[in-house]
Write a protein that binds this ligand. Sequence first.
Ligand code: IPM
Ligand code: MG
Length: 342
Amino acid sequence: MTGAAVRVLQKVRPDVECVQADVGGAALRASKPALPEETRALCDRSDAILFGSVGLPEYDGKPLVERPEYALFLLRRDYELYANLRPVRLLRGLESASSLKPELLEGLDLIVVRELTGGIYFGTPKEQRIASDGIEEAVDTMFYRAPEIERIARVAFELAGNRRNLVTSVDKQNILETSRLWRRVVDRIAPEYPGVRVAHLLVDNAAMQLVRRPAEFDVLLTENMFGDILSDEAAMLTGSIGNLPSASLGTKGEPGKQFGLYEPISGTAPDIAGRGIANPTAAILSAAMLLRHSFADETGATKIENAVERTFADGARTADLATANEKALSSAEFTERVLANL
Ligand code: IPM
Ligand code: MG
């Protein structure tokens, strides 16, 4: 769906040069590593990365370094893209597509701030092995250092200050040591932002509250894996995981002109690959986030977001969102509608 996003981006900003490179499954199928050197070199000299989705069932049994996902792992790690922003807004007209009752969705406007370069995704040891007693075993390590928590907490507090002034920090401090550190550090940072309220929720409770009172969340701050899980849940509030964009930002660049990676929050959808029916919304909205965070172009970003909203408001639906009596548009038809609405 990146092609759709590039078309939209180029219509709004013909001056932005878009160059394509293989990554993930496309690279592996061409007998290259998941993140080929030439792709990395291109990223090095770019202002931003617009990323497709990764995941191919044919590589499922392989070790991480031989799977498409490894490309994402390397890009996030090596560019230190620690701040993953996943805005969850109800698009006008899509109330009935949500799996929740429309009255629960009124005012839904939250953003998941997911720590992206630490926790159990990156901690070591991380391996499968045969123990000395001959039994197969595996270990992943959830590890955090206070500065990693501080910097992501600051991102959340700053965002909240420009929104509804509420940070809900999600952890599992009744069980996990990393969570106890997480909560302590968040509480230590909080007084620097006196206008912002902090609430703490255990992750199991947060999963429940997200489907019980989703509109009450403003900024949902959490560690890497909890953020991965909760953001898929939050996506369904909007009707489809195909709607949700994300920005992954780090230390490179300055506010508004940060280097970042922009991608749908989901992996690939192998079950519908090649049929031309995927929902391009997440990719298109990722392009909007790219303009906002890497090109300081709020006008361009809003233009794209408004065009997508208008497209839905006019009744256009892709297959994932269409109900039995609604006609489903192909990815290409939907994209044409968005282009026309720009
Ligand atoms: C996401 C995705 C990735 C993740 C996968 C594709 C590795 O699920 O960005 O949420 O787990 O981070
Ligand atoms: Mg995920």
